[in-house]
Design a protein. Sequence first.
Lengths: 100, 220, 253
Amino acid sequence: MLLTGRTFDAAEALRLGVVTRVVPAARLDDEARAAAELIAARPPLAVRAARRAIARVRDLAPAEALAEEHEHVRRLLRSRDHQAAVAASVARRAPVFTGE
Amino acid sequence: MGENAQTRWWRQDGVGYVVIDNPPMNVLSDVNRRGMLEALGEFQRDGVRAVVLTGAGDRAFCGGADLKEEERLTPETVQQFLRRGQEVNRTIRELDAPVIAAINGWTMGGGLVLALWCDLRVGSTRAKLGAVGVKVGLMASNVQLARLVPEARARDALLTGRTLEAAEALAWGLLSAVVPPEELLREATAWARRIAARPAALVAEAKRALNRALEPEPGA
Amino acid sequence: MSDPVRVAVEGRVGTLELDHPPLNLLTDPVRAALRAALDDFRARGVRAVVLTGRGRAFCAGADLRDEAALGPEAARARVDADEALCAALAGYPGAVIAALNGPALGGGLELALACDLRVAARAATLAGVGVALGLVVSTARLTRLCGEAVAKDLLLTGRTVGAEEALALGLVAAVVDDAALPAEARRWADTVASRAPLSVQANKAALVHCARLPLAEAVAWERGEWARLQKTRDHKEALEAFFAKRAPEFTGA
């Protein structure tokens, strides 16, 4: 791709993992917004930790990446949002997250 | 332009061509390895802009190591055998010109290793790729495959040793294009010319930058 | 209470079937049964393992009622126990194939990712639901297996993907009709079980060992492994079988 400088279409980008979903052009704004809203509805500490953990994987040996992930988990288990999620799940209601 | 008993090479319009010609399966002999090294050395000296590497005939790109040659290896000669193979791979990687593998048929074992060290791969509909180490009690193409495709797919190919048909290799990104057999050389040449049309120094720098980018960051 | 995991060995292939209805949630008895069966398989030289779920789910992850009742300390111990189980699957000296018969969620997805290969029934669904619980799950394994783009999509949103999308994303190697899943998983397991065991093990180890090595070091490692394997009896058997045009019979030596 970089050696030829060629262009590639959405279908090829999906095949090569450059994009992960392809939607009709008319629905693009709605789909992008829906994905953003889904992420925004998740507990912020967990989203932040996941982004950081994923970005680190390419720089770490597999065992080190797992160890870092587990450090995040141990920290997040104490978070108020996680406790709220567990309580809400057992009570079968929607959780309210505060970012703590 | 040159040839030895099992390898032919020439250049045309700034593009270098190397053909592994060891029928019927184009197994990789020491004669091929020496021929490829000679050809690539010549191309580098002559400032060839892009190289196409393919197998003679329409049955195989390269069927892997010559098993008869390999069976005769002694503890003394095995290291030299491995070094010579790696010398070819390293030369492909360090050549200024990008190397395009034109995969015309069976590409197995050491043949797959060779194809994966190239910068680009285009295939005919007859292309069949196999990481066959587990079928013959060896290990090869593990390192390159793990760098070219996500690990889920590398595990699939490496642990089963199964044959990837052209369409699946295209879907995995191992092949950049698939065309009918009679169009393969024309297609590979088109890719080579597209690269040859760009400033040579820029292409060489892009290739070096990509080689570096695939290395882990020191101290990360 | 009946055994939460059904264990069977047929030829060189072992099967582990989670049987903890309705969702095959991961509990301590399930983890213990899986670990014990894997140890037993290893001792018996089982060359390929199929991990699947009985009923409508593959595995829907941890039982949150445990955590609600026992508190964060127990949850921490559970995370360690999950990782020990995943490490046992990933480190098994043969291939482990996850046969996804239904939902694989959260810790259930992580179990599937710890396997070498995944095949799915059309009824399978996969989701990294950890984020919905305020946790981080599967970042290390999914990123390595499918790349950063896929990992970010699935793990930041927690969205559910079906079998066909999982195939396109490279998460599963094959998708078949629900009824055909056991035979499909068995076919993959038989294929790997017929390969040279030392080669399978060397390839698994190299994928872990060479993951972050500079290219030159990784290539040197691979060359060393090639030279080691080239001297084995199984490689000589492969050459003899090739020249005699018969199927090789590998012994793992």
